[in-house]
Design a protein around this ligand. Structure first.
Ligand SMILES: [Zn+2]
Length: 360
């Protein structure tokens, strides 16, 4: 039996996937050759060996894997367009019909791996990056009959980028940018980094004021106060991962009551050791029991070599039922940042597709 024939989830929704963590290795090699970038990898297998994480490691190892290949993509318009377009094709092939792909416009703007050279001239501007990726996603959405939006990421260690990220969210909201995120090393609680009047806080507060949707990586490997900061200071409607909220009962109860959405990533969480190796003790089981608002996502499929179906399968293995997984797909659609009209359409489509499951 093929993987597809075992797929009983024909309509999937994904809210947490890094577009640069989903690029095809073959494409990376072709782009490197086209750009004249010499790589230490002879073929696709050796590239995969360098960037793929199949055993539990740490978030730092994951971030290092990105460093391996980001210079191949960054600063090149046709590379970014191709990455976005092929991303849509890959989603369509897996039955992902609505997706929000995220990335840092600044990290993809420059092909220097050294942060101190990140704003050197000669590469793309963050505006070029957003315009190009929006174009690739729009064309891909239309050619492969899916709906792909994007979320722009602030980086915890680069607060000086955040106001520009907010500005890009505002300028490209009619081109498919639906929200703002914060990613990167989570031990950097924003206010500890650049004071109580954190620039990150300001960017997110302004996002709220201008009706830009907000999600934040928090409680993955950091601590529950990072989730608290995301909910209270960043006004996040969704939390990326959020497993460590379970350390703070009061906050957990409040998130439940407020309907905060948690973007869980089962395979990623085990590989980064955000959770223990025993999948039957994964926080998503507690979330399911408590009827929390959460979804299942891949995070970085090229690095973790996972598909969304494999994450669903891991959830089944953990003890969730198929019905509970379908509920997470509905949760994802309801908590998506899609414009209201499109959201209604997605929910109607989901209701039709899963009508026989009795879960709608
Ligand atoms: Zn992530």
């Amino acid at each position: 039996m093929t993987a597809d024939s075992m797929d009983s989830f024909p309509y999937k929704v994904e809210l947490h996937v890094h577009i640069d963590g989903a690029v095809r290795p073959k494409t990376l090699l072709q782009i490197a050759s086209k750009r004249g970038i010499t790589l230490p990898y002879l073929d696709e297998a050796s590239l995969r060996k360098a960037i793929c994480i199949k055993e539990p490691c740490t978030l730092q190892v994951l971030l290092k894997a990105f460093d391996e290949y980001m210079p191949i993509l960054a600063g090149d318009k046709s590379a970014l367009y191709r990455m976005a377009y092929e991303f849509c094709e890959d989603c369509a092939n897996q039955g992902i019909r609505y997706v929000e792909a995220r990335y840092s416009p600044h990290e993809l703007a420059n092909n220097s791996p050294e942060p101190e050279h990140a704003l050197e001239p000669g590469n793309l501007t963050p505006t070029d990056v957003v315009a190009t990726i929006c174009e690739g996603l729009q064309r891909g959405s239309s050619d492969f009959a899916i709906n792909a939006k994007s979320i722009l990421c602030c980086m915890r260690h680069r607060p000086e980028w955040s106001m520009e990220v907010l500005d890009l969210c505002r300028r490209y909201r009619d081109n498919g940018v639906v929200g703002i995120d914060i990613a990167g090393e989570e031990y950097l609680v924003c206010s500890q980094q650049d004071g109580a009047n954190s620039i990150h806080h300001q960017a997110f507060l302004d996002a709220c004021k201008h009706d830009i949707h907000r999600t934040a990586h928090a409680g993955e490997v950091g601590s529950s106060p990072v989730v608290k900061e995301a909910m209270d200071q960043l006004k996040a409607e969704r939390i990326g991962h959020g497993y460590l909220i379970l350390d703070d009962k009061e906050l957990y109860a409040r998130a439940h009551q407020q309907g905060v959405h948690f973007e869980m990533c089962p395979i990623s969480s085990i590989r980064t050791r955000a959770v223990g190796p025993d999948i039957t003790k994964h926080p998503m089981l507690r979330f399911a029991d408590d009827k929390m608002n959460y979804s299942i996502n891949t995070d970085d499929p090229v690095i973790f070599t996972n598909t969304l179906l494999e994450d669903y399968q891991m959830a089944l293995q953990a003890g969730l039922t198929r019905q509970q997984i379908i509920t997470t797909i509905f949760n994802a659609a309801k908590s998506s940042f899609a414009p209201e009209k499109e959201k209604t359409q997605i929910l109607n489509d989901l209701a039709k597709v899963y009508a026989t499951s009795g879960d709608c």
